[in-house]
Write a protein that binds this ligand. Structure first.
Ligand SMILES: Cc1ncc(COP(=O)(O)O)c(C=O)c1O
Length: 431
């Protein structure tokens, strides 16, 4: 790579045509979902809760799963493969010997990596005869991605959006409605879960766990509707592996290999998508560090590794994961997509086995957003507030290299853009 070449763009014929399923390579089998001791079986109810093909993928141990041709076409239209960029200007400003590379998931029609699974889930749902999708959203990125995907394949969408974010991201609300989505602030009066919470606390700020419960309740009462989840589950991480597969190929083209991979983590979909193809190498003995960047508002990877529900109202089966507790109240933040009580079971197992480190940043977000400002001024791209956590962590690691003089290769994923989040930056940074 010459001094001037900073952008690796893969030709279309090097686009991944299969998703990578790490379940084939895990050092030990993934603990299966479990039913609670009391109440109806949540596991038996799963076929009514999830798209059939997604449920099949959830339990699959096949290493490679073919991406349907139509979904590949949709990926192409959504701008895949996406470039990997060397952050030369940022490196210079930091004065670090480290080489920093960022994956550009912000080059997305709706603003984030969430389209990678939204397109797959919507396409399978349409093929299975559903007419409407119901879902949760935190940052609003997942809701927009699903509204977009549903619109492209010809389905309707209903979105339960964590109220603390719904209230300030007005432009994104309009964006979802442009795609034809019905959008409710969560908790809402549309569901019994929502009504019960509103009765106790009118204007309740909501949480992802509550919004998941509302979406599930909504989909369950309409046989033409099905629920789609934007993170946590195995099939969601599977679809997201296109990010890491492309990145791996891009490093091959460069003749480089990362020493450290960094990304932000809420439920784990972008972190998993970016790192799983590399985690496979770590499992096979390669020395490699993975760091998940989180908020102290929801440092789920510092919670307990145990069985817990994925939603507030206990509609889902229990998953073995790092969790802060599904009823725990967590203060809203600007990067609210990171405010979720649990981490994906796959990533939780890998953390439990010692493969994944974590760092959690202060809730006032000043530190993280200052680092995002440095990135914006050096590289020009505006990250989503959640992605600012990836940047903060990558910069921290680059500055450690400055102290030690090590020329490490640091790769980080910028999971989304912040074009609709300026209000959040303005309030924290006083713009
Ligand atoms: C841009 C962006 N990045 C990251 C996340 C965190 O979610 P996950 O851990 O599933 O990637 C979100 C969640 O909404 C998001 O919108």
């Amino acid at each position: 790579m010459s001094q001037l070449e900073s952008v690796v763009v893969l030709p279309d014929d090097e686009r991944p045509t299969k998703w990578y399923n790490i379940q084939a390579d895990l050092p030990e089998p993934l603990p299966p979902p479990m039913d609670p001791k009391e109440g109806p079986s949540r596991i038996k109810a799963l076929p009514d809760l999830l798209v059939g093909e997604c449920l099949r993928q959830e339990n699959s141990t096949e290493r490679w799963i073919a991406i349907p041709d139509d979904v590949q076409d949709l990926y192409r239209q959504a701008g895949r493969p996406r470039p990997l960029i060397r952050a030369r200007r940022l490196e210079k400003r930091l004065g670090t010997p480290a080489r920093l590379y960022y994956k550009t998931e912000f080059y997305s029609p709706t603003g984030s990596h969430k389209v990678n699974t939204a397109l797959a889930q919507a396409w399978y749902a349409k093929r299975e005869g559903y007419e409407r999708l119901a879902t949760e959203t935190g940052a609003g990125q997942w809701g927009t991605a699903l509204a977009y995907a549903a619109s492209l394949v010809g389905l309707r969408t209903t979105i339960y959006w964590v109220r603390a974010v719904y209230d300030w991201k007005v432009q994104r609300r309009y964006f979802m409605r442009m795609y034809g989505a019905e959008v409710h602030a969560s908790p809402s009066a549309e569901t019994s879960v929502g009504r019960a919470l509103l009765e106790k606390q009118p204007g309740h700020p909501g949480s992802l766990g509550i919004a998941v419960s509302e979406g599930l309740e909504d989909a369950r009462r309409d046989e033409k509707a099905i629920y789609c989840l934007g993170s946590v589950l195995n099939h969601v991480l599977l679809h997201q592996t296109v990010i890491g597969l492309e990145t791996k190929r891009q490093f091959e083209v460069l003749g480089e290999y990362p020493d450290i991979l960094v990304s932000c983590l809420g439920g784990g979909s972008n972190f998993g998508g970016f790192t799983l193809p590399f985690l496979a190498d770590a499992i096979h003995g390669k020395e490699l560090r993975f760091i998940a960047a989180q908020s102290l508002a929801a440092p789920n990877l510092q919670g307990e590794y145990r069985y817990d529900f994925a939603d507030h109202a206990e509609i889902t089966p229990m998953l073995k994961m790092y969790t802060l507790g599904h009823k725990t109240e967590m203060r809203p933040i600007r990067g609210d997509g990171l405010r979720y009580h649990g981490c994906s079971p796959i990533l939780s197992l890998l953390r439990h086995l010692g493969y994944i480190d974590t760092v959690a940043y202060p809730e006032d977000e000043k530190y993280v957003f200052e680092r995002a400002r440095l990135f914006v001024q050096a590289e020009g791209f505006l990250p989503a507030p959640e992605s600012a956590y990836s940047i903060a962590c990558a910069i921290d690691e680059a500055l450690k290299c400055k102290e030690t003089g090590e020329a490490k290769v640091i790769a980080f994923n910028i999971s989304g853009h912040g074009f609709m989040d300026m209000e959040g930056y303005a309030q924290v940074l006083g713009l």
